[in-house]
Design a protein around this ligand. Structure first.
Ligand code: MSP
Length: 517
């Protein structure tokens, strides 16, 4: 069975992660967890981009060899960061691993053999920050990279070229026939306009430094870092391996990738160069490239080079990991830019997570303990809540699968609000004053518990840690099994928590924020 295969960009190891990087990876993690809960087989890849001048120069500036620098950053910064954010990737690829380097060389040789690689002279501006050849018309004030606001360098070399220009028409046809292949709409329009203006062949090797994969037939040259990096998505799952080998079987199970998640700054590499490379090799092209927007600081893309990068820990230390995972996907439509604001995050934390969600969970546990000795007293079905849950699941699923995280989360949180309204109107604390209302009271508590069961499952991909605590509190694990194995398609089946389930008080899901000095 073909797996749902999702990738993040592989990150440069010139520096430690900031929240812009975390934004992409968290989105990938939420989407893959959602697909797993849909019962699909899933493969989720992330990793690091370790070759090229940018990493080499950073290592030099720090007085260490590039490999030692990359090893240190991967082990001390990148991997621990993903662990801390509860990212459940299935694999982590590093472009300095032999499994990648060998397959890149095999792939490149096959392109040369097929007649798509030739030698030529290159001269033009290059931005080391972007690791990209620029067109003179792209530059600001004649020589500044528009993304990094730093001077470009002039490169003049004899290089190997890839016949990219041959692929403008096939790619145009592809994006016109399949609007899903590049999303959102604005990204697709940008790519189509770019392709319509024609493509130039691409220099895919460099000779003036050696931190890269040697070109197999000309070892004085190293493979251009983007050509090397883009291939990670396919080398990680066995590209070029014999179909009967383990790698070949993995490739058949995963390829083509279902979604490449990227920031809009690297859209063209993914929607133009990458599929052209695959077309030239006769390999299937990815089903979708989705370009999300930027997290902005002061109206500009947050970045370490501009000293505006915020480390994820600066936020998670205050708000917790789950609020971090929730906030950016909830607050910013995926595909648009968004500004990070401490005040907005505090406000949403308090109203949506602490009040709407966390309080509902603790109120239920407290009431079941007080009025029913900590045991779910009865099974009941409130028509309005159960119908609304069905609609919520359908809406959330459609939105999540379409990478509309904001729409998906909103649908779930609207249901959460409705359950709060239900409790407020029913006033169980008043019902409890008169024994004649015992049955009604028990029904209210059961309907609230069932709603919380559904919320735990639906929010699990977004907030895996907190929802586990809620799952514990509902006594659901012993009767329904692991939270991660609950299926989205079965969430709306009402009445799954049995009568007699033990509900316990747990630590508050979203504690009151400490006042920041
Ligand atoms: N190494 C390349 C990608 C190669 S993929 C074959 C690269 N790395 S990067 O570390 O500079 O950035 C990777 C990704 O991080 C960006 O595409 C984007 O997804 C994300 N972001 C970096 N800064 C960002 C923001 N300020 N906001 C949102 N995402 C940003 O490019």
């Amino acid at each position: 069975m073909k797996s749902f295969y999702l990738t993040t960009p592989i990150y440069y190891v010139n520096d430690a992660p900031h929240i812009g990087h975390a934004y992409t990876t968290v989105a990938g993690d939420v989407l893959t967890r959602w697909h797993r809960q849909r019962g699909e087989s899933v493969w989720f890849l992330t990793g690091t981009d370790e070759h090229g001048q940018k990493v080499m120069r950073t290592a030099e500036a720090n007085g260490v060899a590039p490999q030692a620098w990359a090893d240190k950053l991967v082990e001390e910064a990148w991997k621990p960061n993903w662990e801390a954010l509860n990212i459940a990737n299935d694999d982590f690829i590093r472009t300095t691993e032999p499994r990648h380097m060998d397959r890149v060389q095999t792939f490149l040789t096959s392109l040369k053999d097929a007649g798509f690689i030739y030698q030529g002279d290159f001269e033009g501006p290059y931005c080391v920050g972007c690791e990209e050849f620029k067109l003179p018309g792209d530059l600001l004030e004649g020589n500044l990279c528009p993304i990094h606001s730093k001077p470009v360098e002039n490169v003049k070399e004899t290089n190997w070229f890839f016949k990219l220009s041959e692929f403008a028409q096939p790619l145009l046809a592809h994006y016109k026939n399949d609007p899903e292949a590049c999303q959102p709409e604005s990204a697709r329009n940008e790519v189509v306009a770019f392709l319509e203006s024609g493509l130039r062949d691409l220099s895919i090797s460099r000779s003036t430094f050696d931190w890269g994969i040697p070109v197999p037939w000309d070892t004085d040259q190293v493979v251009y870092v983007w050509f090397d990096a883009l291939l990670n998505y396919a080398t990680a799952v066995g590209l070029t391996d014999d179909p009967s080998s383990e790698g070949g079987k993995k490739f058949a199970e995963t390829w083509p990738a279902d979604v490449h998640l990227v920031g809009k700054d690297i859209l063209r590499f993914h929607a133009v160069i990458w599929p052209a490379m695959l077309m030239a090799a006769g390999v299937a092209i990815p089903k979708k490239v989705f370009a999300h927007g930027w997290l902005l600081v002061g109206g500009e893309k947050m970045s370490k080079s501009k000293l505006t990068g915020i480390a994820p820990a600066d936020i998670t230390d205050h708000f917790g990991v789950d609020a971090f995972r929730y906030y950016f996907l909830r607050a910013i439509p995926f595909g648009s830019d968004g500004s990070f604001s401490w005040e907005d995050m505090s406000a949403r934390y308090t109203s949506e997570l602490a009040n709407d969600f966390g309080n509902l969970a603790s109120r239920l546990a407290a009431m079941v303990e007080k009025y029913c000795g900590g045991v779910l007293p009865a099974v009941a079905q409130d028509k309005e809540l159960s119908t609304s849950l069905q609609e919520t699941v359908a809406k959330a699923d459609a939105a999540m699968v379409a990478l509309d995280f904001q729409g998906g989360i909103n649908a779930i949180m609207d249901f959460c609000k409705q359950v709060n309204g239900f409790v407020t109107i029913k006033e169980p604390w008043i019902l409890a004053k008169d024994p004649a209302n015992q049955q009604v009271l028990e029904d209210v508590l059961y309907n609230t518990a069932e709603s919380l069961r559904a919320l735990a499952i639906l929010l699990h991909p977004v907030m895996p840690g907190t929802t586990e605590i809620l799952w514990e509190s509902l006594g659901a694990k012993t009767v329904l099994g692991e939270l991660a194995s609950q299926k989205i398609s079965e969430v709306a089946t009402w009445g799954q928590l049995p009568k007699g389930a033990t509900v316990t008080k747990t630590p508050v899901l979203f504690p009151r924020l400490e006042v920041k000095e």
